[in-house]
Write a protein that binds this ligand. Structure first.
Ligand code: AKG
Ligand code: FE2
Length: 347
């Protein structure tokens, strides 16, 4: 749906006023800071992240690495094995994980959640191809994916400037205030779940992000990505999560993002690291680890099956992707059956 977009409120002037920061995030569900993170360090990280992308054929030959110019023919997204293969090369970068522990972010998080802040081990990068809008991250609440505790906060930061046309994050201020997890439905895009349409109504906020800008929001705040409508630029961003040590954490957040059947494991991720400081850091923390509530994902999948049956091409595409990833899983077999029964290809 077409949304009216206004500007995020900048809170840099309140960085030294924790009570006001807490008041704002309680009221609005987010805090936005210009250049909270060091642009030079992020730029260096951008370069490091782009190297495996180039090696994987994601960049147009003959272009400057740092520009992140996409090879359109290589378009892929989360859920595709081609995506995961390159993604897990990025994931091996020590600097990528270290970015989730940068003191400027931890300091702000400390002011929000209390003194003992834990960055989730499962750091997340997003690499979004241009001209691939149907795979844009749909409107959702993070809790359906990351669970553990409502008091989890995401820090979203572009790794490079991210003007609106490159598809940065937008959110619905105050949408966390009902303190409930809304109904979600099947969708394409990261997470494959979109919040009920009636919960998407309101004045959405975003901005032309510059490198270093950081958007922090509550796990119940409704947010989405805007489509990457540039001709050829890749959008790169980090979304890392933080919570107090005293709250429960979802078991999956202790694993590498997009790992399947234990692969890659942390040992593989750590293979080239210089320091052990951030390796297995959570194991010393004695946190309460909780299993996933699978009901959100199961409901979304059941809807995808139903929609594929009635010919929805997006649902068919989703099911085809599940089958391609691993045809032996229970979901893949259910997906293959629906695709087979209703015949034809998703086009
Ligand atoms: O960057 C994206 O497309 C998705 C990010 C997101 O949903 C998040 O940071 O929670
Ligand atoms: Fe999210």
């Amino acid at each position: 749906m077409a949304k009216k977009l206004s500007e995020l409120r900048v809170s840099n002037d309140k960085l030294d006023d924790p009570a006001e920061l807490r008041r704002r995030i309680q009221e609005d569900g987010y805090l936005f800071f210009k250049r909270l993170q060091d642009p030079d360090r992020l730029m260096k990280l951008r370069e490091e992240m782009l190297n495996p992308m180039r090696a994987g054929g994601w960049l147009q030959a003959g272009t400057e690495l740092i520009d992140g110019v996409a090879n359109i023919d290589a378009r892929c997204t989360e859920g595709d094995t081609e995506y995961t293969d390159v993604y897990h090369q990025i994931y091996r970068l020590e600097s990528f994980h270290r970015a989730g522990h940068w003191p400027e972010v931890l300091e702000v998080m400390g002011k929000i959640v209390g003194s003992h802040v834990v960055p989730h081990p499962s750091k997340i990068a997003r690499v979004w191809f241009p001209q691939f809008s149907e795979h844009t991250t749909p409107a959702h609440q993070d809790f359906v994916h990351f669970q553990g505790t409502f008091d989890t906060y995401t820090c979203w930061s572009p790794v490079g400037d991210c003007p609106i046309e490159l598809g940065g994050l937008a959110l619905l201020p105050g949408s966390h205030k009902k303190n409930v997890v809304f109904d979600h439905h099947f969708s394409l895009g990261a997470g494959a779940l979109i919040v009920d349409e009636e919960e998407q109504v309101g004045d959405w906020l975003t901005t032309d992000y510059e490198i270093g800008d950081s958007l922090i929001f509550h796990s119940l705040t409704v947010h989405e990505a805007l489509p990457n409508v540039t001709a050829d630029r890749i959008r790169i961003s980090l979304d890392n999560r933080y919570q107090a040590k005293e709250h429960p954490i979802l078991d999956q957040m202790l694993l590498p993002h997009l790992a399947r059947d234990g692969k890659p494991g942390w040992d593989e991720i750590y293979a080239d690291w210089e320091s052990e400081q951030l390796q297995y850091y959570w194991q010393k923390l004695d946190m309460t680890v909780v299993p996933r509530d699978t009901s959100f994902g199961e409901k979304g999948f059941a809807e995808a099956l139903h929609q594929a049956r009635i010919g929805n091409p997006r649902a068919r595409l989703h099911l085809e992707r599940i089958v391609r990833r691993d045809p032996t899983t229970e979901q893949a077999q259910a997906a293959a059956k629906v695709l087979g029964d209703s015949g034809g290809r998703a086009d």
